[in-house]
Design a protein. Structure first.
Length: 339
């Protein structure tokens, strides 16, 4: 398998499926039918050409929707045959983030985007985090530079989301499925996090003698406290959404199946965006999260990973196998899938 982060897109799937096509029917989300174009008489700061430029972008492991009515980018993680953050997916996230920043920079007077929503297409799973197969292969090959490229790509994405892309964009995490390891790191990089009841959250890296090195400590210590952050990281425990909400790690828990509706309600009133953006900018001002801090901790993580013993790698392999079994069970349970 080619793990090169500079891969070229081949046989891309459309980021915006045709409404009448079979792919469009499968990818359609409740309430998403009015994403493009704007309703008649409605004012948007995005020109039609800008909307179409986003619409023409193709990805292999992301699905991206631009809704000019709410000035929101919806980004769905959709890794091919995996529950993890693959190198290809990380590459695509950073391509998307550059596009968002370029669009924002082209509108200096009035921001064209207000919100960014990070969600997942995998049933029951937000993401299980880092690509364990990739880690194992590169550790055994003693290829620390490949792991560093991957890890830096991860923290670049985390920083962009946490900082609102330096473009006054409020980021929202939608957890309709479990978020583990790097998946939880990605989720908590969002300014506001909504999870459905029944979702499980945790940082299991301690099980193979490592730690979450792509932002967990930095972000948790700002959201809650260093002591509680360390307790979560060192325990390896899996928490319920309700427990994480009580701790202050996530912001809102809603009934299963109601997560997307809750996000749409949150972003629907544009009058509240300015106050929310100001609060999250104040958070960044008081407890600044910097890319240099994230990369320094990531360098510690890389060294820890390169020092893993054969028994640690076997435990990592067991965890990866469990993730694949769960993905297969989820695939078999989908409607229309042969048992």
């Amino acid at each position: 398998m080619d793990y090169d982060l500079d891969y070229e897109l081949t046989e891309p799937r459309q980021a915006f499926p045709e409404p009448g096509g079979q792919e469009g029917k499968q990818a359609q989300r409740p309430g998403a039918s009015d994403s493009l174009p704007p309703r008649k008489g409605e004012v948007t700061d995005l020109s039609l050409s800008e909307q179409m430029r986003f619409a023409s972008r193709t990805y292999q492991e992301l699905e991206v929707t631009l809704d000019p009515n709410t000035k929101c980018i919806w980004c769905y993680l959709n890794p091919n045959g995996s529950t993890s953050l693959t190198p290809a997916l990380i590459r695509e996230l950073n391509v998307l983030h550059c596009s968002i920043q370029a669009l924002a920079a082209s509108h200096e007077e009035k921001a064209p985007l207000s919100y960014h929503v990070l969600a997942s297409r995998t049933p029951g799973i937000f993401t299980t985090g880092g690509d364990l197969r990739f880690f194992s292969d590169k550790i055994q090959a003693r290829d620390a530079s490949a792991i560093r490229r991957y890890a830096y790509g991860c923290v670049d994405a985390v920083y962009n989301i946490a900082s609102g892309f330096n473009s006054n964009i409020v980021s929202v995490g939608l957890l309709e499925g479990d978020a583990l390891g790097g998946g939880l790191e990605g989720a908590i990089s969002c300014n506001f996090i909504i999870a459905e009841r029944g979702v499980k959250l945790g940082l299991p890296e301690i099980l193979f003698n490592s730690f979450p090195g792509m932002g967990a400590y930095s972000i948790l210590s700002r959201r809650i406290s260093p002591a509680v952050a360390e307790r979560i990281i060192l325990s390896g425990r899996i928490y319920s959404a309700e427990e994480m909400c009580d701790l202050g790690v996530i912001d809102l828990v809603v009934d299963a199946g109601c997560g997307e509706a809750a996000v749409r309600e949150y972003i629907s009133d544009q009058r509240k965006h300015s106050a929310r953006n100001a609060i999250y900018r104040a958070r960044q001002q008081i407890h600044p999260l910097t890319l240099s801090e994230l990369r320094a901790i990531t360098d510690m993580w890389i060294q820890t990973m390169m020092d893993l013993s054969p028994s640690d790698l076997r435990r990592m392999g067991h965890l990866q196998s469990a993730q694949l079994r769960r993905l297969r069970r989820g695939s078999r349970s989908r409607p229309g899938t042969q048992q």
